[in-house]
Design a protein around this ligand. Structure first.
Ligand SMILES: Cc1cc2nc3c(=O)[nH]c(=O)nc-3n(C[C@H](O)[C@H](O)[C@H](O)COP(=O)(O)OP(=O)(O)OC[C@H]3O[C@@H](n4cnc5c(N)ncnc54)[C@H](O)[C@@H]3O)c2cc1C
Length: 434
């Protein structure tokens, strides 16, 4: 049986960064990864470009953390977004900052992030074992015993669980960490998919809807095919749960093969999924013209209609054809068929109201198979925020998505994985010396 000072399960963003911060103190560290290669989720993040942090200061940054940002504050200040950027730059990866303070590798290749982490972890002396997952773990007196699928057993004085959540199980994150945490006496807050596509009623055919979960691969209906591919910029959207508006957002949404996504769709998805999973009714209302008051819009529509009606090219055209031309002046033409499907009775006089209140009843949501992050996880009240050590089992640490912390899109999730990993690794190493 091999013995290490610190064993880390999971070579994702959190586990790799923990290995680096622990190994650089001189501690013997091993990272156990079940997949053949580390960092599979980093590779697919940001559509392969990897938006690995966000340069916002804590006051703004913390508004993007759920459900309890306060828990993350010591980790954030211990390894800030600036520290994360310096870490990558000092280890040979150039970075670039884009709109919204989002930071990427200058190459826009997520593989550079993984390569830099791997190279640095190895240089600091961490042992990375891939291709054989952890199947069980117990605490035996002072030490932890960790069993691997290969039949090997490892013992370690400190143990860090950084196995991620449940999203994109093909990357290796299958929720194993929750099972071990529970065995050690920890509470797991209810998990649910977040940053995921919301599926409007009628968008998919032949759906199997299990408590709101509609598999990503469910085929699109004719309506879904009509809407798919449209991106709406600078719209505002509100979410109503059982008739009460609970959230309003401004920005862009995308209609995809999954449903409604894009920054605004994703931001609303957290509340929406929770509501649907609890049996509530959710309605998403889009205002296509948030900058214009309804009265002004009514006047504009009337003058556009006059123009179209008096145009010689309109002669002989049906009302429906002319109405579609009008719509094409008010929204992307590719969206007009979808809009008319939703509003078959729409006329000139009520159009302004409909443009400002396009309602989508939400039938369900895409699940862990394609959501960006898992909400819920190891309850943070049972973990010390200054060290990431379990309050229940001395020597046991947690970092990253396995904890009950999830963030919006924009580099926040990865920053959380990096800073909590850094703190957990550093604290575990420091407690060896103490
Ligand atoms: C499609 C997609 C795009 C994303 N884009 C971004 C983005 O651009 N910016 C951003 O900030 N965030 C993004 N995220 C979220 C972000 O990638 C994650 O929140 C973050 O990587 C989580 O890191 P982690 O180390 O906690 O977990 P993970 O990255 O999930 O790592 C956990 C590791 O543990 C391993 N493991 C699990 N069980 C075992 C076991 N039994 N034995 C051994 N190993 C095990 C897994 O194989 C995995 O490698 C994206 C997520 C997805 C799915």
């Amino acid at each position: 049986m091999s013995h290490f000072d610190i064993a880390i399960t999971g070579a994702g963003a959190a586990g790799m960064m923990a290995a680096i911060s622990a190994a650089r103190t001189g501690a013997s560290v091993c990272v156990i990864e079940k997949m053949p290669k580390p960092g599979r989720k980093i590779i697919i993040s940001g559509k392969g470009r990897c938006n690995f942090t966000n340069l916002k200061q804590w006051n703004d940054f913390s508004a993007h953390i759920h459900p309890k940002a306060g828990f993350c504050k010591p980790a954030f200040y211990g390894f800030t977004p600036e520290d994360v950027i310096s870490f990558f730059e000092e280890n040979g990866m150039k970075t670039v900052t884009e709109r919204g303070d989002r930071v990427f590798p200058a190459s826009y290749k997520s593989t550079d992030v993984v390569d830099t982490l791997m190279k640095t972890a190895k240089r600091e002396g961490a042992v990375i074992m891939t291709g054989s997952g952890v199947t069980g773990m117990t605490k035996d007196g002072e030490n932890f015993r960790i069993s691997l699928a290969s039949g090997r057993t490892i013992s370690a004085e400190k143990l860090l669980i950084a196995t991620g959540g449940l999203s994109y199980p093909g990357t290796g994150s299958a929720g194993d960490g929750y099972v071990w945490a529970r065995n050690f006496g920890h509470t797991i807050s209810d998990c649910f998919p977040s940053l995921t596509a919301l599926v409007p009623e009628g968008y998919k055919t032949a759906i199997r809807n299990t408590r709101g979960h509609i598999d990503r691969t469910a085929p699109l209906s004719e309506l879904g095919r009509t809407l798919m591919g449209n991106r709406l910029k600078n719209i505002s959207a509100s979410l109503a749960v059982d008739g009460n508006t609970v959230e309003e957002e401004f920005g862009d949404i995308d209609f995809t093969d999954g449903g409604i996504e894009g920054p605004v769709g994703f931001r609303l998805s957290r509340r929406c999924v929770q509501a649907i999973a609890h049996g509530s009714k959710a309605v998403l209302t889009i205002d296509l013209k948030p900058a214009v008051r309804e009265e002004e819009l009514t006047d504009r529509i009337a003058s556009l209609w006059d123009e179209i009606s008096s145009d010689a090219r309109s002669r002989g055209k049906s009302f429906r054809d002319k109405f579609r031309i009008l719509l094409g002046k008010l929204m992307p033409y590719s969206l007009t068929a979808g809009f008319m499907h939703f509003h078959p009775e729409a006329g000139i006089h009520c159009l302004a109201g409909l443009l400002k209140n396009w309602k989508f009843r939400i039938a369900g949501y895409v699940g862990y198979e394609r959501c960006v992050v898992t909400a819920g996880g190891v309850k943070t009240d049972e973990v010390c925020p200054k060290t990431m050590e379990s309050r229940l089992v001395p020597g046991l640490y947690f970092a990253g998505e396995v904890l009950d912390v999830d963030c919006d899109t924009g580099g926040y999730n990865m920053q959380w994985a990096f800073c909590s990993g850094w703190l957990a690794g550093k604290s575990a190493a420091a407690s060896l010396l103490g």
